[in-house]
Ligand binder design. Structure first.
Ligand code: XIL
Length: 318
């Protein structure tokens, strides 16, 4: 049985993967990506980001996203949709002009309205806001904070609730919150306030981009998830990968396998955690080598499209 089959038996809702458009011409890759027994859930790595979905103001394009969402629907894989509001991968029209606060709020609502309606019944969850915090727990000094102020986060959730289906889970998603630290505690405080005031948030996604030798332990991840379990929220590991400082060795692959298995186990054991998504499953197409020079081999399948020790560590643990 594949990872999703095993994950479901262990009580998760899904084991999933991100898929990028650049590999869709590779049949061997696509066959695994949409193999329902390996992956019960799919996230488009890029296609639902602002620069692709609204490349010119009020002109919407879902070509890239649909190349991944449509086959996922056909294969009965649920979809996590990523992402409405982020500081990165924004179109030029948005970043190269100074909008006023009311203008930018209008732009935000219009963007969320169109995307949410286009995918009304197609997303199990939406990452409504992505990476809004700095590591020290302050808010990232980006376009949204500078022009709208801290309330942009709350506004995004309210707009998302207004236009998505009532059963779409609305998530806050970030990296570096897989331990109890300044960042996860600051987020917990904001989420707690949202819950108290009825701001519509359903879940928190821990991206879980880890590095061999520096990764959070099982206990770290469980405690971090528990910050949000305690608030009654759903949680998930949304972008799991474990990069290796190259050159790779058998010992590093073993450590990587342990990190993958411990991370998935933390989700299985934590009541609120519904599933684990890996941020692609094939080493050559991972975002890691181009983003972190000197690092690579972060995924479950190697260059030859063969399953790695990390794959078997997860499947043995489940
Ligand atoms: C990455 C994609 O994988 C890359 O292809 C793209 O060039 C940059 O973005 N956190 C996120 C994801 O929330 O959207 C990022 O995806 C990886 C880090």
């Amino acid at each position: 049985p594949g990872l999703d089959v095993l994950a479901k038996r262990a009580g998760l809702l899904y084991f999933g993967t991100a898929i990028d458009n650049v590999v869709l011409n590779n049949t061997a890759y696509v066959t695994i990506a949409h193999n329902r027994s390996e992956f019960g859930q799919v996230t488009p790595s890029n296609g639902l980001k602002w620069m692709y979905t609204e490349p010119s103001r009020n002109v919407f394009n879902y070509t890239m996203a649909n190349e991944i969402i449509k086959p996922a629907i056909k294969a009965h894989q649920i979809r996590r949709c990523h992402t409405f509001v982020w500081h990165n991968q924004l179109p030029d029209w948005l970043t190269s002009k100074n909008y006023t606060k009311p203008e930018l709020i209008g732009i935000l609502e219009n963007h969320i309205k169109h995307e949410a309606r286009a995918y009304y019944d197609k997303c199990y969850a939406w990452d409504v806001v992505n990476e809004a915090f700095n590591d020290d727990g302050t808010l990232r000094d980006d376009l949204w904070l500078q022009t709208i102020g801290p309330e942009y986060i709350e506004l995004a959730f309210r707009f998302a609730r207004k236009y998505t289906s009532p059963w779409t889970r609305l998530y806050y998603n970030d990296y570096g919150i897989e331990r109890v630290n300044n960042k996860s505690l600051a987020l917990q405080k904001v989420v707690k306030d949202f819950v108290k005031r009825g701001v519509p948030i359903d879940g928190v996604g821990l991206q879980a981009h880890f590095t061999v030798g520096r990764a959070p332990s099982y206990n770290d991840t469980r405690s971090a998830l528990n910050l949000f379990t305690k608030l009654g929220l759903e949680t998930a590991l949304t972008e799991l990968d474990v990069r290796v400082d190259l050159p790779d060795t058998a010992a590093k692959q073993k450590t990587q396998a342990d990190v993958y298995a411990a991370s998935v186990k933390a989700c299985v054991d934590e009541e609120s955690c519904v599933g684990v998504t890996v941020w692609d499953f094939w080493d050559p197409v991972s975002w890691v080598p181009s983003t972190f020079p000197g690092y690579g081999n972060a995924c479950l399948w190697d260059d030859a499209l063969k399953r790695k020790p990390a794959y078997y560590a997860i499947s043995d643990m489940l």
